[in-house]
Design a protein around this ligand. Sequence first.
Ligand code: AHM
Ligand code: MG
Length: 346
Amino acid sequence: MSQIHNNLLQMPQKNKTLGEFIIENQGEFKYSSGELSRLINSIRLAAKVVNHEVNKAGLVDILGAAGDVNVQGEDQQKLDVFANEAFIKTLTNREIVCGIASEEEDDFITIRGRNEKNDNKYVVLIDPLDGSSNIDVNVSVGTIFSIFRRVTPEGTPVTLEDFLQPGRNQVAAGYIIYGTSTMIVYTTGHGVNGFTLNPAIGTYYLSHPNMQFPESGNIYSVNEGNYVHFPQGVKDYIKFCQAEEGERPYTSRYIGSLVSDIHRNMIKGGIYIYPNTAKDPDGKLRLLYECNPIAYIVEQAGGKASNGFERIMDIQPTKLHERVPFFCGSKLMVEKAETFMQAAKS
Ligand code: AHM
Ligand code: MG
C-alpha cells in the first residue's frame, strides 16, 4: 500500500485544512502565534495564484523566456517573473516581513511596513519558481521558502546580516510542488506536514501528516551527464550505487526539479546529489534559497543534508547568491556518500 494511502488511513483528522492546522498548531511556534499564521497564510495565498498561472501555462501565451537574464546569468522564464512578483507582492502587503531575498533579485528588498517603522520581524528567502526549465515540457516545478527572525533591532531597516544566517536559525521552511497535484510541505521545527490543494474549492487539506524520510532507500538522483566532471568521491559513490550487491544496484531517478526529486525521495527513500563540478566549482544550487530550506525540512523528517563533508545548516553564508554542493536524503545514504567523499579527499 502506498505511503499516501497509509497516511490517509492513519489520519484521524483527514479532512483538516491547512487553515485549521495552522490555528491548532500555532502554540508550537516559539514566537507569537499570530505571526506564524500570517506568514504561512500569505505564502499559501501566493502559492494559489502561482498555481493558477502554472496550470494554464500551456493555454496562454506565457511560455518561453521573458527576455531577461537574472543575476546568475540564466535566462528567466515568464513564469519565473510572474511567481517572483506574486510572492513579493503578497509578502509585502502583510505587516510581518521586513525583508525579502529572492533568487530572481540581485539584492534583498527592504520592507518598511505600512507605518514606515521597520518594525516587522521576519525575513523571507525564496526561490519563487525552481526547476523552471521544466515548464515548457509540462514537468513539475516548485517554490522553496525559508524564514528567519531578523537579527538586527526592530525599528531599523533590514541589513544583509539578517539574511546571511546559518540554516539552523530558520524558524520555518517549506516548498510548494506544482505537480500532478499541488502541495505545500512545511516545517516550523515540529516535524513536517504536507497539504494537498483541492483545486475545485481552492483549499489545502492535510494529506501527509508527520512526513518521515525513510532511513535508507534505493533511489539515487544525480545528473549523471556531468559524471566526467564530478569529484572522485561522487564518482566512487555512483559506482557503489550501481554495483550488484544486496539491495543494489539502486534505481536512478532524476527529474531536474529539486523539489520534485526531494519530494519523491522523501516518500520512497533515496539520495539527491548536486556536487561541485568542473563547470560549477561550488555546485549549482543556492545555499539560501534552495539548500537551507530543503535541509531543514529533510532533517525535520529524519533525513540528512550536507555539502559532502559538513551539515548544510551549519554553514555560515557569506553572500546572498552563494552556491554549495548538495547531498541530501535518507540519512544512511547521505552518510555513505560522505564516507566516499572523505576517502577520496585523503
Ligand atoms: P533553477 O533554480 O535555475 O531552476 O535551478 C535549480 C534546478 C534544480 O531544481 C534542479 O535540481 C537542478 O537545477 C537541475 O540542474 P541540472 O539541469 O544541471 O541537472
Ligand atoms: Mg532554483
